[in-house]
Design a protein around this ligand. Structure first.
Ligand SMILES: C[S@@+](CC[C@H](N)C(=O)[O-])C[C@H]1O[C@@H](n2cnc3c(N)ncnc32)[C@H](O)[C@@H]1O
Length: 218
C-alpha cells in the first residue's frame, strides 16, 4: 500500500495539477518581467504581490512533488514544516509520506484565505487532513512560536526574500540529518549565503530543476 500512487491521492493529484495549469492571472499577465522579478525579491511587498496573483497555484513541479515524498519517506520524517501552502499540492505529497511513515505532523503556512480554504478541502479529499495544521497568516509570525521540539524536514516555498528569516525561526529545531529544500533558492541570495556560510554545519547541493537541497550535519 502506498498513499502517493493509489486512490484517492493519485487521481486527485492528476486532477489538481491539470487545474493548476489552467489557472491564469490577469495581474501577472499585465506585469512586466522586471516588475515581477523586483516583487519576487522584495521583503516589503510580498503581501501585495501574492495578493495580486492569488488565482495562481504556483505548485512545485510533479517531479519535485515526487522528490518531496521520496525524501520524507527515506528520512522517515515525522515532523515537517512548510513555508507556502498555496492550494496544497506540495503539502499533499509531504502528508502522504507522513502517512506511509506511520503518522506525524506537518505544519504549513499560508496567508491567502481563499487558498487556505481550498488547500484544506484538497487535504480532506486526499484523506490527509488529520496530519496537517495550516497556520493562517504571515509565516514570519505563525512559524515564530509553537513549533515541534524536533523537525525532520523543512520546505521553503513562500516569498523568496523571506527564506533566510524563516530558516532562522526553524533552524534550532532541525535535527541532525534534517533536510531542507528551498525552491527557487537562486532568488534568495541571503538564504544561500546563510546555508553555505554555515561551514561544517550543512551539506548543500543544487538539485532537480530549481531546488537547493541541504542537510544538517550532526
Ligand atoms: C510558490 S507558492 C507555494 C506552492 C506550494 N508549495 C505548492 O507546491 O503547491 C507560494 C505561496 O506562499 C504564500 N506566501 C508567500 N509569502 C508568505 C508568507 N510570508 N506567509 C504565508 N504565506 C506566504 C503565497 O501566498 C503563495 O500561495
Amino acid at each position: 500500500m502506498n498513499t502517493l500512487t493509489t486512490a484517492p491521492v493519485a487521481p486527485l493529484l492528476d486532477h489538481l495539477f491539470a487545474e493548476a495549469e489552467r489557472a491564469s492571472s490577469p495581474a501577472m499577465k499585465n506585469m512586466s518581467g522586471e516588475e515581477r522579478e523586483r516583487l519576487l525579491r522584495s521583503k516589503t511587498e510580498y503581501l501585495d504581490f501574492y495578493g495580486r496573483i492569488k488565482d495562481l497555484w504556483l505548485p512545485v513541479s510533479r517531479e519535485t512533488g515526487k522528490l518531496l515524498y521520496m525524501l520524507a519517506r527515506a528520512s522517515n520524517a515525522k515532523s515537517i514544516v512548510e513555508f507556502g501552502t498555496s492550494f496544497g499540492l506540495s503539502t499533499i505529497h509531504l502528508a502522504a509520506a507522513l502517512r506511509d511513515n506511520g503518522g506525524g505532523r506537518l505544519i504549513t503556512s499560508e496567508f491567502e484565505t481563499g487558498k487556505i480554504a481550498r488547500a484544506r478541502h484538497h487535504l480532506e479529499e486526499a484523506g490527509l487532513a488529520d496530519l496537517v495544521e495550516i497556520r493562517a497568516g504571515d509565516a514570519l509570525e505563525t512559524l515564530a512560536n509553537n513549533l515541534p521540539e524536533t523537525i525532520d524536514l523543512l520546505l521553503l516555498d513562500g516569498a523568496k526574500a523571506l527564506y533566510a528569516d524563516i530558516f532562522d525561526l526553524v533552524e534550532a529545531r532541525l535535527r541532525p540529518g534534517a533536510l531542507i529544500l528551498a525552491d527557487d533558492a537562486d532568488m534568495c541570495p541571503e538564504y544561500m549565503q546563510r546555508i553555505l556560510a554555515a561551514s561544517g554545519r550543512y551539506l548543500s547541493i543544487p538539485f532537480a530543476e530549481d531546488i537547493e537541497l541541504s542537510m544538517k550535519l550532526g
